[in-house]
Design a binder for this molecule. Structure first.
Ligand code: CO
Length: 151
């Protein structure tokens, strides 16, 4: 009986280790709201991830053309330029200029109750780089931004 218990414990430990490994932070979620805020100011992804999926939700009720939000990833240095080019691109382009190569990844603009996601390769990013995510809806990035950390 004692042996059986030890075996069971060993199996549980193995299962636990497997669960930890499977929980590599390659799939991130972030919420946004009618108060023009994200619910996180930092998002961390494991450097071991080949690709990353970010799911953006909007827990508010306001429409996309009034209180729309997206999730845009650039280097910290490129953020202001991408905000500017995105503003010119307009809502029909999700406030992202498709020609602006400084934009690493982005989602569409969503309104209250909606959800969207984007998947991108992590291999192209520098683990020591300074990356930020923000909402490119005009006027939102001052409040809606955070650090995207690879570790
Ligand atoms: Co926004």
């Amino acid at each position: 009986m004692k042996i059986t218990c030890r075996l069971l414990l060993a199996l549980l430990l193995v299962a636990g280790a497997g669960a930890v490994h499977a929980a590599d932070n390659c799939e991130l979620t972030i919420d946004s709201n009618d108060q023009m805020r994200f619910d996180k100011d930092t998002m961390t992804v494991d450097a071991s991830c080949e690709s990353v999926t970010v799911t953006l939700t909007h827990s508010g009720t306001m429409a996309a053309n009034i209180m729309g939000h997206n999730w845009v990833l650039t280097t910290e240095a490129d953020m202001q330029g991408a905000v500017q080019s995105g503003m010119s691109a307009g809502l029909e382009n999700d406030y992202v200029d498709g020609e602006d190569e400084s934009v690493i990844a982005y989602t569409e603009i969503i309104g209250g109750g909606e959800e969207t996601s984007v998947t991108f390769d992590l291999a192209d990013l520098d683990p020591d780089g300074s990356y930020v995510y923000f909402c490119s809806f005009p006027g939102h990035s001052a409040l809606m931004k955070g650090s995207f950390i690879i570790e």
